[in-house]
Design a binder for this molecule. Sequence first.
Ligand code: ASP
Length: 363
Amino acid sequence: MMESVSRRSFLQHSLKVGAASALLGPDGSALANPPAFRPIVIASGNGLRAVAKAMELIKSGRSALDAVIAGVNINEDDPEDMSVGYGGLPNEDGEVELDASVMDGLTCRAGAVGGLKHIKNPSKVARMVMERTDHIFLCGEGALRFALAHGFQKENLLTEKARKAWLAWKEAMSSNDNWLNEDQAAVEGAAPNGKRVSAHDEQTLQALLRTYGTINCCAIDLKGNLAGVTTTSGLSWKIAGRLGDSPIIGAGLYVDNEVGAAGSTGRGEANIKVCGGHTVVENMRRGMTPEQACLEVLERVVKTTKEKRLLDERKRPKFNLHFYAINRQGEFGSAALWSEATFSLHDGQAAKSMASAYLFKKS
Ligand code: ASP
């Protein structure tokens, strides 16, 4: 059984960096002249190495933008992280398609790539789109040609491990892919079509739950500038060309130096509908703490999820969605639909894994 947990109980746990705790320098000693702004780096649960790397760079004087991109490059390069970059799980055709976005709070510029093949660091290409084009979002073949023009190397991103996982799915799922049958496409409130999903189909659906995974990382640097990045191989076994929330500015990422930064991981389709990253930032602009801001958007996600196939017997989403946020005062927070989700944080002292707030408790 899963229990709904009141939002108020989480608000009491709104997280704030302790003003009394000193910022440590690269050698571990307290800084004699601490900077005006206290740096913070937040990331998804798989981002412990990323927040450590980003904080190291920020302490050495690099910008938040440089720092977060260098942080997530660790995951993009790691074949064991099968949700990002090299080694990411492929689409239904067995091809790895990567999505990424970056946003710089200082310049208010953004860049993104979607459905990018063969380039293992889409976050770097997204930055290049931001800095070296008059556009914000390139996708598919055009994004690849742009990356090659800027000297990125074409590589095979499909590792043996990812290929075997895809093949196992393919062999088990030849009759059940991302194309929905009538029962699966049923919408809450619509008249039943008289057909039932068979027990076999039900089992198959459960066994082949789509795999999500992504890294989001946002930071505030020593000058008080904010930046963020989200990078992913997206939903595994997706229909070729599918874009999730990660590369969409305002959904998987949003940054505004005047307010804060927010990003997401989890079911992108649910996030796109509520423009989550932007809405979290706007909630903070209206005075919510980062954690409150994330929880409010998750409540919108619950309200906007009407598809029967996505709801449990108590009409709660079966999927998870997770937001991470910081504000310019150095407060941070994170929340997910379901409990037992974690996020990564570096507060200038240490990289740590922390529990996110949530709407529904898993038993
Ligand atoms: N949000 C990503 C997407 O929908 C996947 C994830 O975060 O797991 O593509």
